[in-house]
Design a binder for this molecule. Structure first.
Ligand code: SF4
Length: 87
């Protein structure tokens, strides 16, 4: 079973860039809306805009640090085993 789900709330993201700086192997700026994006993440689209991106993975590596550094709390992490919201 996959251990963690990472979610970017695109409306909350203000392109501040902490996640891109701290965890560039996962987070990039999107060419489309200049907001944070994760390569390979599942995109939820509403009215032709991406509203959330989710990625499930077993190891967080630098993702937790990036999520904690986001001043707009746009990145969430859920532990799928315990159902706990880590951030
Ligand atoms: S740190 Fe937060 S606001 Fe800044 S780009 Fe990343 S998700 Fe967006």
């Amino acid at each position: 079973m996959v251990k963690f789900r990472v979610e970017i709330e695109k409306n909350a993201c203000q392109s501040f860039g902490a996640c891109v700086e701290l965890c560039p192997q996962f987070f990039k700026f999107s060419d489309i809306d200049n907001k944070s994006t994760i390569e390979g993440a599942k995109k939820l689209v509403k009215e032709s805009k991406v509203v959330t991106e989710t990625l499930e993975l077993n190891e967080l590596k630098c993702i937790r640090e990036a999520a904690e550094a986001c001043p707009f709390k746009a990145i969430h992490i859920i532990n799928l085993e315990t159902k706990e919201n880590l951030i």
